[in-house]
Design a protein around this ligand. Structure first.
Ligand code: SF4
Ligand code: SF4
Length: 497
């Protein structure tokens, strides 16, 4: 009898345990989520759909920090990590040169604007020089106050001819409609239509990275996520982290304005994970602005590249040949968000931009007027174009300046000054470093060799056309093989065949 009773009790207990386990499993399956220990409904954030707010968590001393598996999933393989974490670099006013040369055509816009001025006219900073009524993104504004002394072709930094308006600087004044006060305007009193119109007529499309807004404003593409890139991931410091230190609130308001222009609710400012000072500052400020949050990201080169930044933040991969806008993403640099703030709330078209000059690892940033000649800025640091090599762009992808009298445009943000040294490239030693460095997992050495043997089929097999020209492969190559220029050539070969 006792044995029967024990058996009944054992099987009843077993049945109860199995029922409880099955019930918990059924609940998990129904919700489709892992049990994170949080109350139901609080763990619904999916990085692909939302930008979760960054809030530094206050931890109990006895609690151990848990690694988020989702963050780990989004790390970029390949890529280079530079330890160029300079806490602060000087940001100086460049002052006014004797002449500025304002190019009349933007590199990515085919439409040429019609001149609204002629030789001999007097203009102020912020005056309209040329306009395209159908396509206001191509409008051009004066960056200084003075007299127009010529409208003619000039030579750009790389020797190509470009049409430009030449202005002899006379005074330092702006159009009276521009608000030059240092006060920060926090209210956005404009409708979506008014904001779009102000941005389109602001001349900010000459800034690098701003061109992606055109498709949205003119082509009606729908945007659901805005990312403001505040990371300098290149070997030498740039301006973004510096701007976030000095003009964080204006950039946040710029992001809010852009939210309104795109009809979305949430912008995310990407910040270098190794700059907790910036993260703390910007996160503190974003608490006052609903719809703008921060996200810390690893600063691996070239994670600042739009498609890779999206992958690093959301895990979403953008297919080769497609743009972030095709996936509902808009990625803009911090400089663009600042220019949007000034255009919309200060009525200031793009007259200035930021240039960082690096020499021997020491960087200095300047706020300079558009169209300022390269040599004017170099002289500010007592650098002579004759005694060194000037590279426009970053150290990995930049090009040598052939004409130091050429103007700087909104596309330019970095100058590298090098004392020339002879570089001799050797044969490939099959070390595989270029393979490891390539963020797209291409085979740069194989692409270079296929190019040299004009093997089109092999280039196709190697996906040479997908190269984003980041220069990481050339940077790490111990044999100093010019892999970047070979990869560029292979892309040109594709286009021509
Ligand atoms: S330049 Fe092209 S091949 Fe070289 S690392 Fe960058 S993406 Fe890869
Ligand atoms: S890094 Fe240079 S030497 Fe090494 S495999 Fe690539 S091309 Fe060859």
């Amino acid at each position: 009898m006792n044995t029967i009773l024990t058996g009944v009790l054992f099987f009843s207990g077993l049945a109860l345990t199995v029922t409880v386990i099955l019930h918990i499993a059924a609940q998990k399956t129904a919700s489709g989520q892992k049990n994170t220990g949080r109350p139901a409904g609080t763990n619904k954030i999916r990085l692909d759909d939302d930008f979760p707010d960054y809030r530094p968590r206050v931890q109990n001393k006895t609690q151990k920090r848990k690694k988020s598996p989702s963050r780990k999933r989004f790390s970029l393989s390949g890529s280079l990590h530079f330890n160029s974490l300079v806490s602060e670099i000087p940001l100086l006013e460049a002052g006014l040169p004797e002449y500025v040369y304002i190019p009349l055509k933007l590199p990515h816009i085919n439409a040429l604007p019609r001149l609204t001025v002629k030789k001999g006219d007097k203009v102020r900073a912020g005056s309209l020089l040329a306009q395209n009524k159908k396509y206001p993104e191509a409008d051009i504004y004066a960056s200084v106050s003075g007299k127009i002394t010529g409208i003619e072709n000039i030579s750009d930094a790389f020797g190509a001819e470009i049409p430009a308006v030449i202005i002899k600087v006379e005074k330092d004044d702006f159009e009276p409609s521009i608000d030059l006060s240092p006060d920060i305007i926090r209210e956005i009193p404009y409708s979506e239509k008014e904001i779009i119109s102000k941005i389109r007529h602001s001349g900010i499309f000459s800034l690098a990275g701003a061109e992606s807004m055109e498709n949205v404003f003119t082509g009606g593409q729908k945007i659901s996520r805005l990312i403001i890139n505040g990371i300098d991931a290149e070997p030498f410091p740039g301006i973004r982290e510096n701007l976030l230190c000095k003009k964080a609130e204006q950039i946040i308001i710029g992001a809010k304005i852009l939210n309104k222009a795109f009809g979305i609710q949430n912008a995310l400012i990407a910040i270098n994970r190794k700059r907790p000072d910036i993260l703390k500052l910007v996160s503190g400020l974003t608490r006052r602005y609903v719809g703008v949050n921060t996200r810390s990201c690893p600063a691996y080169y070239p994670s600042g590249q739009k498609n890779l930044l999206i992958t690093a933040i959301t895990g979403r991969e953008i297919s080769a040949g497609r743009r972030p806008e095709n996936y509902g993403f808009m990625v803009l640099n911090a400089e663009v968000a600042l220019a949007v703030y000034e255009a919309v709330l200060k009525n200031k078209p793009l007259c200035e931009h930021f240039i960082t000059i690096n020499k021997n690892g020491k960087s200095t940033s300047f706020c300079t007027r558009l169209g300022t000649p390269v040599d004017f800025l170099l002289k500010k640091l007592s650098l002579s174009p004759e005694n060194g090599k000037i590279i426009l762009g970053n150290v990995l992808t930049g090009r040598e300046v052939l004409n130091s009298k050429a103007p700087l445009t909104g596309q330019d943000s970095k100058i590298l000054y090098l004392v020339p040294s002879e570089q001799i490239s050797g044969p490939c030693i099959r070390c595989g470093k270029c393979l490891e460095a390539c963020p797209l997992h291409l085979q740069p050495y194989a692409i270079a060799s296929a190019l040299q043997s004009h093997d089109q089929d092999r280039l196709k097999q190697l996906h040479a056309a997908d190269c984003i020209e980041c220069g990481a492969c050339a940077f790490v190559c111990p044999a100093r093989i010019p892999l970047l220029s070979l990869c560029r050539q292979s892309k040109t070969e594709f286009k021509n065949n």
